[in-house]
Write a new protein. Sequence first.
Length: 145
Amino acid sequence: MARELFYKLSYFFLILSNKYGFTNSLRFLIKKGKIAFPSGFSIRVNKENFRDILSLYLFSIKYGVDIGNDWKIDENNYTLTTPDGIKFSLKGFDHIIFAETFLYDTHFIDYNLEGRNVIHAGAYVGETALYYAKKVLTYTLLNLS
């Protein structure tokens, strides 16, 4: 309960502060309508997809990512496609993880992995494995207790 309240207050003040140039304040606050990105691309937002769209919007304005042109959105399938053609579900989109991997190369290890097998345990979203490989098998452990 406290965490949810903290989250709601955080995004409320983030939007009101206009630190990142929000142009859709009312639509973000009521979680309904079409959100326009700096590139001119727009996408519908509602209570179910609000967190994902807010994170995508922050990815666009904080890091200068061109959503709708370089980074493609498929609203029907709810996917995001990177400039390299890698597709991800927008469900649970995390702008910080995508910035680390696709913009800043923080996971680059400077090894030639061509022709090798790599096991990525604890894949979470799996974006790092997809960034570096052509064929990916990922495994995430489930806590059954």
